[in-house]
Design a protein around this ligand. Structure first.
Ligand code: FAD
Length: 254
């Protein structure tokens, strides 16, 4: 079983501050990490490899510094990685075309796993776009997977419905956070990840026919959240009453 996990390097969104005078998010100095749900996708890929044997490759489209983050997934148990450096202004269309081409160039790939969405842009487009560009079936929002040698079954969260779908290979799945708890690698695995190969590809060398972006990012603004810093204490009954009154006044209790 040849498995690919798409993992994105993102800024830690919990650490983003908004510049009050410009309204713009301040990204300088914010730590980067692998998007949370991509660790779930990696965990699932490694579990499938442990069950059916095979290989797990991580693909990241991002800047060169993503290497360090990719090593976290190699330490979890992935075998190797591909880091694609995108052209300036790469959008969903460009990035999905790059990932699809890199996967096609690998030869036989049976299973592609993505997160349902990244924690920064959260568009949820990438999985379906990659499947479209590869012309393979997709099963989105999987919260439980049963992979067998000839077919894969996924329980999928479709809002108010739970849908069970099945596919033969090759197929792309996007997974939700509920699917598993990603493992924490041991110190030996972390040290061992340094020896695993990371192939770096530059977009212009990849022979991708359409690298023209379709989305123009005009502006990004952060919403400043101001805390009221109200403290309710001492008499518990009174504190609960005051809290409920304040929440109600702000429309939080409907
Ligand atoms: C270096 C860089 C430069 C960019 N420049 C621009 C720009 O100039 N203009 C603009 O509009 N946008 C830009 N983007 C943003 C880009 O369009 C989106 O981040 C990207 O297309 C994915 O959208 P998303 O995060 O909403 O994906 P989602 O669809 O929410 O992500 C779903 C899943 O797809 C996979 N995935 C998503 N992105 C990647 C990735 N990069 N590598 C590997 N797997 C991935 C993961 O498994 C993820 O869980 C840039 C992104 C990067 C990494």
């Amino acid at each position: 079983m040849n498995i690919v996990v798409c993992a994105k390097q993102v800024v830690d969104v919990g650490e983003i501050k908004v510049n009050p005078s410009t309204g713009k998010p301040v990204l300088e100095g914010i730590p980067k990490k692998i998007s949370d749900i991509d660790k779930n996708a990696a965990e699932e890929a490694i579990r499938i490899k442990e069950k059916l044997k095979g290989k797990v490759t991580v693909i990241t489209v991002g800047s060169e510094d993503a290497r360090e983050r990719i090593k976290e997934i190699l330490a979890m148990g992935a075998d190797d990685a591909v880091l694609i450096v995108p052209p300036e202004g790469a959008d969903y269309h460009v990035i999905s075309n790059l990932i699809a081409k890199a996967i096609k160039d690998m030869g036989q790939v049976d299973l592609v796993l993505c997160g349902e969405a990244s924690i920064d842009m959260f568009s949820g487009q990438m999985g379906p776009r990659i499947a479209g560009a590869m012309d393979i079936p997709q099963l989105s929002y999987a919260f439980k997977i049963d992979a067998e040698a000839e077919k894969i079954t996924a329980e999928r969260n479709m809002g108010d419905k739970r849908v069970v779908s099945e596919s033969t290979y090759p197929v792309l799945l996007t997974v939700t956070k509920e699917i598993n708890v990603p493992r924490l690698p041991s110190l030996m695995q972390i040290l061992g990840s340094a020896a695993k190969p990371i192939k770096v590809l530059k977009a212009p060398d990849m022979n991708v026919p359409d690298l023209a972006p379709k989305v123009v990012l005009e502006d990004v603004k952060g919403l400043a959240m101001n805390r009221k810093n109200l403290i309710f204490k001492d008499d518990l009954d009174q504190a609960v009453k005051d809290l409920a009154e304040n929440l109600s006044k702000d429309g939080a209790l409907g």
